[in-house]
Design a protein around this ligand. Structure first.
Ligand SMILES: [Zn+2]
Length: 109
């Protein structure tokens, strides 16, 4: 299976169509799930947008809970660090999860 490690198909003669938009392209333009580069970029951008929103919403909810319920009086910087870490980590997780969801649905939007 030469070429599959890089995530791209090897150069095979003939026309292939993207598994998502069905545009005709060369085999080297498709990844191993038979998606073209445009569909991959679209899905990545969409997943990133959803991921940032989800991470942001979770961070805001956590910040509200910390400052309204816990009412911290010291180590405020540490609590802010916890909120920022939650934002970054949950954004990344949500981005990868949503990207997998879009790939599974075979639609980049
Ligand atoms: Zn495509």
């Amino acid at each position: 299976m030469i070429g599959l490690r890089s995530g791209k198909l090897p150069d095979i003669a003939g026309d292939f169509s993207c598994g998502s938009c069905e545009r005709t392209c060369r085999s080297t333009e498709l990844d191993r799930h038979l998606w073209c580069e445009e569909c991959i970029a679209l899905a990545r951008a969409r997943a990133k947008r959803v991921g940032w929103r989800f991470g942001g919403a979770l961070a805001v909810a956590l910040a509200a809970w910390i400052f309204l319920v816990l009412e911290p009086t010291m180590l405020i910087g540490g609590w802010i660090g916890v909120v920022l870490a939650t934002f970054w980590l949950c954004s990344r997780i949500a981005t990868e999860f949503w990207y997998g969801h879009l790939r599974f649905r075979k639609r980049p939007r």
